[in-house]
Write a protein that binds this ligand. Structure first.
Ligand code: UD1
Length: 381
């Protein structure tokens, strides 16, 4: 059987896309007999701290196309990606467009490809929070409904897709590609001196991330949340890499957070803000933290892989395997629950960083190669 080289547009838009695309791009570059990858950055995230530093730390080349769409309302941002990506695809047609995750760029590029009759692969398909007030849920539903190859990270996704009428033969359980990046970066992260540079002791601090509009958009909710975290911060320092949206809101509310300047001294506690952390730094910080409090999707999975207790400050999760197989606890977006759940984690005493823990099936660092095996079989034959 003759082999056809498959030209694949790999799309990144926002920060959580980078660590999913990096391993796939690397694997495609290494298999030039079957694949000719082209990296497209929509520019949804554009700050050095939200974008470029991730390219550097994940050893990604400069994008072949940078659409530079920048910020805007969801509608404007999505429309602008559609317009600009459409122009690229009209001139330079790939065999396949590969999108990851659930951000506006994921939906926009999948839509352009589907309308141009170009094959679409969606990595991290089938996850559902069943909460349509989340923009990501709409992005997931629409992207999955127009994709040709749906690569899933956990079995719940297969059930969700089946219930939505997606044909079984489009669905491939290949595991979690974000864990490929964790596996390949963990040694470097563990050797980095980021923790020491902040004066933190292993397992003696917590991490907080908040960026969902439902948590940070409303001043009353945000203030109550930070008051709850401050209670936890009496027990141990809470390190808070602040997302641009959150930082803007705090400025608007005139809330002054403490910033770490000379490191944390013995007895220091409270909430310590830092700028958005680069990938390796964040991984290193999470790996030796006592616990993470977050409203992110991906961090629920990284903590599960690392065995770090995770309190998810949301009413739902689209990633149930992190609860059934992992360290994630869904506490609701409720400040009282946050305090009691965090104190409960601390009362269990220090976790042992080398403690054995369960990891969901196929979260093993080999997902990119399984995805390529499927695509090779279907697109390059
Ligand atoms: C997006 C994704 C979300 C993901 C998150 C990770 C969608 C619908 N949401 O949300 O799923 O978890 O990224 O961060 O796609 N900003 C900057 N610099 C940047 C990027 C953003 O200052 O480089 C600011 C802008 O003020 C912008 C705001 O952050 O308006 C929000 O950015 P946006 O990309 O719209 O959404 P995220 O909240 O980052």
């Amino acid at each position: 059987m003759s082999t056809r080289r498959c030209r694949v547009f790999c799309v990144v838009g926002a920060r959580p896309n980078m660590m999913k695309v990096a391993p796939i791009l690397r694997a495609m570059q290494a298999d030039s007999k079957h694949f000719s990858p082209v990296l497209v950055h929509t520019g949804q995230h554009y700050d050095y701290a939200m974008s470029q530093v991730f390219f550097e730390q994940l050893n990604m080349p400069d994008p072949d196309y940078n659409l530079e769409v920048g910020s805007g309302t969801h509608h404007a941002q999505t429309a602008e990606v559609i317009r600009r990506f459409g122009e690229v695809v009209e001139k330079d047609r790939p065999d396949l467009v590969l999108v990851v995750g659930d951000v506006n760029s994921t939906l926009a590029c999948a839509l352009v490809a589907a309308k141009e009759n170009i094959l679409v692969a969606h990595v991290e398909a089938g996850l559902r929070s069943f909460d349509r007030t989340m923009p990501e849920e709409i992005n997931r539903l629409v992207t999955d409904s127009i994709s040709d190859f749906l690569f899933i990270t956990e079995e719940s996704a297969r059930v969700n897709l089946k219930n939505e009428g997606v044909a079984d033969n489009k669905v491939f359980f290949t595991g979690n590609v974000m864990i490929d990046s964790v596996v390949s970066s963990l040694d470097v992260a563990r050797r980095s001196n980021v923790r020491e540079s902040y004066g933190l002791k292993p397992l003696d601090y917590a991490i907080l991330t908040l960026h969902r509009p439902s948590n940070v958009g409303d001043a009353v909710q945000l203030r109550r949340t930070l008051e709850a975290v401050a209670t936890v911060g009496r027990e141990l320092p809470v390190i808070f890499p602040a997302h641009p949206r959150t930082a803007n809101k705090l400025r608007e509310m005139d809330i002054q957070l403490k910033f770490i300047e000379d490191g944390i001294k013995v007895g220091d506690s409270g909430i310590w803000a830092i700028p958005p952390a680069p990938y390796i730094d964040f991984l290193g910080l999470v790996d030796s933290s006592a616990m993470v409090i977050t409203d992110s999707g991906g961090i629920q999975e990284e903590t599960t892989y690392l065995g770090v207790p995770c309190l998810t400050y949301r009413d739902n999760t689209e990633r149930p395997a992190t609860v059934t197989h992992g360290t994630n606890q869904l506490i609701g977006a409720n400040p009282e629950n946050l305090v009691s759940a965090a104190l409960e984690v601390l009362s269990r005493g220090k976790r042992k960083s080398e403690e054995k823990h369960e990891v969901p099936p196929l979260w093993d660092g080999m997902t990119a190669s399984r995805i390529l095996d499927v695509l090779k079989d279907k697109c390059c034959a």
